[in-house]
Write a new protein. Structure first.
Ligand SMILES: [Zn+2]
Length: 306
C-alpha cells in the first residue's frame, strides 16, 4: 500500500471537489489548504503574507514565476497534436462493459476534448486532441482512493499498473516514450477512469515535490455523492478541468478570497465551476495564462487576495 499511496503533504497534486449541481464549491468541503495555489513555490512573492496584507503588486522578473504549476511534469504544452490515452479500470468491486466505456467516451470525454479545442481556438492556439487509444479490461489491483477529502490520500499508480499489464513492467515512463513515438504526438494525456463514484483528481507535480509518475488524471464515472442518474455529459466539464490541471491550471474555487474574485471576473470559468452542461463553461484569460496559452499576465492574478 505504501508504494501506491502518498500523503498530500509529500506530493503535490490537485484534487477537485467539483460537481455540476453546485454553483460553486463550499470551502468547508475542502481539506484545509491542500489545494491552495502556491503551496511549494519559492519562486514567487505572491504567497508572502506581506504581499497579501499590503496592497501592492507582487514582484516578478519572469511570468513563469506567476504560474508555478506550469511545465513541471510530462505534460508541457497543451497545443499541437495531443494524443489522449484512455484506461478503463476495473477493480475488485467495479468493472466496465464495452458499451459503458463507449458511452463514457462519447458523452463525457469527447465533449470535454472538444471544449478544450474550441477554447484553444478562442485564445489563438492550435490544438488537436484525439482519443488515440482506448484500453478496457484493465485491472487495478488495489483499492483506489475515491476521495482525498475523506482519506487525505490519493492513488498514484493507476498508469503504472496499466503499463505493467501492457508489458512495461511498472514503467509508465517507458510506456509514455513508446506511445509518444507510436502516435507521433506532441503530448500524451493519460486518463484512467473507474466505473464508480468518486472525486476526480489530477496527479501532477508541484515544485520541490518528489514525483516519479507520469502526469495523469484519475476520473470516476460519477461524482462522489451522485446517485448515478446524472445526465449524459455531466462529467465532460470534469474531464476538461482535470486535463487542464495537468498543464498548470489552478483551481479558482479556493482559497475563499480567490473564489470571490473569480466569481466576479470569471463566473463561468471551468476552473471555478464545472457545469453539468459544459457549454455553460468558458476558459478565461487567467487559465489561458496558467497553461501557457498566453504570456500576458491578467490583472486579476496580481491582486493581493487572488
Ligand atoms: Zn481542480
Amino acid at each position: 500500500m505504501r508504494r501506491r499511496l502518498i500523503l498530500l503533504c509529500l506530493l503535490g497534486f490537485t484534487m477537485c471537489v467539483l460537481c455540476g449541481c453546485q454553483w460553486m464549491i463550499d470551502r468547508d468541503l475542502l481539506p484545509g489548504d491542500g489545494t491552495t495555489t502556491f503551496p511549494d513555490s519559492d519562486a514567487t512573492t505572491m504567497s508572502d503574507e506581506a504581499d497579501k496584507t499590503e496592497n501592492h503588486v507582487p514582484a516578478y522578473t519572469d511570468v513563469n514565476e506567476l504560474r508555478t504549476d506550469y511545465q513541471l511534469g510530462s505534460c508541457q504544452d497543451l497545443s499541437g497534436n495531443v494524443a489522449v490515452i484512455l484506461f478503463f479500470m476495473d477493480d475488485f468491486e467495479s468493472s466496465w462493459t464495452l458499451e459503458e466505456a463507449d458511452k463514457y467516451i462519447v458523452e463525457e470525454v469527447k465533449p470535454g476534448l472538444e471544449f478544450l479545442e474550441q477554447q484553444a481556438g478562442v485564445h489563438g492556439v492550435e490544438l488537436n486532441l484525439t482519443v488515440a487509444q482506448t484500453y478496457v479490461s484493465m485491472y487495478y489491483n488495489d483499492e483506489v482512493i475515491t476521495s482525498m477529502a475523506l482519506t487525505g490520500m490519493v492513488t498514484i499508480d493507476t498508469v503504472k499498473q496499466a503499463a505493467y499489464q501492457l508489458g512495461y513492467s511498472y514503467s509508465d515512463e517507458a510506456l509514455l516514450a513508446d506511445q509518444m513515438q507510436e502516435f507521433q504526438a506532441d503530448e500524451i494525456v493519460y486518463l484512467t477512469v473507474f466505473h464508480k463514484n468518486g472525486t476526480a483528481y489530477a496527479i501532477n507535480p508541484k515544485r520541490e515535490a518528489e514525483f516519479d509518475v507520469v502526469e495523469h488524471c484519475v476520473l470516476f464515472a460519477w461524482d462522489l455523492y451522485s446517485d448515478g442518474n446524472d445526465p449524459g455529459g455531466a462529467q465532460a466539464s470534469v474531464v476538461a478541468h482535470e486535463i487542464l490541471h495537468l498543464y498548470g491550471a489552478e483551481d479558482f474555487y479556493t482559497p475563499y478570497s480567490r473564489k470571490t474574485l473569480a466569481s466576479f471576473v470569471y463566473p463561468d470559468d471551468i476552473m471555478l465551476r464545472t457545469a453539468y452542461d459544459i457549454r455553460e463553461n468558458q476558459l478565461g484569460d487567467a487559465t489561458a495564462f496558467y497553461i501557457g496559452w498566453s504570456d500576458e499576465v491578467p490583472d486579476v492574478i496580481l491582486k493581493p487576495w487572488w
